[in-house]
Design a protein around this ligand. Structure first.
Ligand code: GH3
Ligand code: MG
Ligand code: MG
Ligand code: MG
Length: 341
């Protein structure tokens, strides 16, 4: 037979339409109002549901927010008891359980509670009270839906990452870095703060390729990127601009900090030779760095000086990058393995 299922008219797999079998063994957590129903529901579900069932009282819900979140959560609800409804809102609010499938079980016939449960983010409700067969059926439907949306989310995440990441080094790429740098500049201007832009370029990198081949050059590049990244603070920006050149931005950076950060980066590259499987011996490597500072006092990002009132932020930023580039050129010309402002 033709594999028609899962294919759209264009012959391409359409993840929204393709049938995905429910996971054979999902983690399901039942949350009841009392110990008695906890035991009853769990034993009733054992006969008709092949998933791994755990059950707790709603009041003891800490297991829900610890460790691996369950694939599905079933919450018992009752009139005059807000604990279950509050829990539904909590499940949605927390990053760990946000994607869990949620089924609510209000008292039989309580339409108001059923509506409120859906309103608070439950994916489905049992309107006639607890029924193990119906719950098993709806669980599988919700687990399939969750599996499809997990896959689409993963695809989107990968595409988003590929759009902003340099695939060789794992650093951000130029396409991500430029708007991000503009954002850093805008924030600095708003808060009247300084920030620094650094351009770092590995020294005589071409010799590595010439002597050991391109794969060795790639290996050195990857380790250099990692050393630079590790020498920075979490809020700093580092991107591979192309070849063996990196752009670094240090937000909220005092002038003296920019130069010391640049020296730290130089030391991180020079401190120990690069060991790669593609070369017979360790390779000594250095980097040259050009630094450009933007301070409120320069007038470029603070209150404008006379005649500079209409400075365009994009122009100011390209001028800053040009300054870093000239400083880098000066570092190269004066002997490499150094920092220039
Ligand atoms: P300088 O100290 O003046 O910067 O000298 P350099 O040799 O580092 O600079 P140059 O610009 O002359 O050469 C850079 C070399 O980097 C040339 C190019 O083949 C190499 N390169 C650029 N991208 C990659 C890459 O992704 N992998 C490898 N292996 N080499 C690359
Ligand atoms: Mg060069
Ligand atoms: Mg170079
Ligand atoms: Mg270069």
């Amino acid at each position: 037979p033709l594999p028609l299922q899962g294919y759209s008219a264009q012959g391409l797999a359409d993840p929204a339409r393709s049938y995905v079998p429910p996971p054979s063994r999902a983690q399901v957590m039942l949350l009841n109002r009392q110990d008695r129903s906890t035991r009853e529901w769990r034993s009733a579900m054992r006969d008709c549901c092949h998933h791994q069932i755990e059950s707790h009282r709603i009041g003891d819900m800490h297991p829900l927010f610890q460790g691996q979140p369950p694939d599905a959560v079933v919450v018992e609800l009752a009139e005059h008891d807000d604990a279950g409804l509050n829990l539904l809102a909590d499940l949605r609010a927390r990053g760990t359980t946000r994607e869990s499938a949620v089924i609510a079980v209000p008292e039989p016939g309580n339409a108001r509670l059923a509506a409120e449960a859906l309103d608070r983010g439950a994916h489905d409700v049992l309107t006639n009270g607890f029924d193990p067969d119906e719950l098993a059926l709806k669980l599988d439907a919700q687990l399939r839906r969750k599996q499809r949306s997990d896959r689409m989310r993963a695809t989107l995440r990968n595409e988003l990452r590929a759009a902003v990441q340099d695939s060789m080094t794992g650093l951000y790429n130029r396409r991500y870095a430029m708007p991000r740098l503009a954002e850093i500049a805008r924030a600095a201007k708003e808060r009247n703060e300084s920030f620094a832009v650094l351009l770092a370029d590995l020294d005589h990198f071409k010799r590595i390729n010439d002597r050991w081949g391109h794969p060795a050059g790639d290996a050195v590049l990857i380790e250099a990127a990692e050393r630079l990244r590790a020498a920075l603070h979490p809020g700093d920006l580092i991107a591979r601009m192309g070849g063996e050149e990196f752009l670094i931005a240090l937000p909220r950076c005092r002038p003296e900090e920019a130069e010391s950060a640049a020296r730290r980066l130089c030391a991180a590259i020079q401190s120990s030779p690069f060991q790669t499987s593609a070369t017979a011996e360790p390779i000594a490597m250095t980097v040259s760095i050009g630094v450009a500072l933007s301070t409120p006092e320069t007038g470029r990002f603070g209150s404008p000086l006379p005649g500079q009132e209409k400075e365009d932020p994009a122009q100011a930023l390209s001028r800053l990058i040009r300054r870093a580039d000239r400083a880098l050129y000066s570092a190269k010309r004066s002997g490499r393995n150094r920092v220039r402002l």
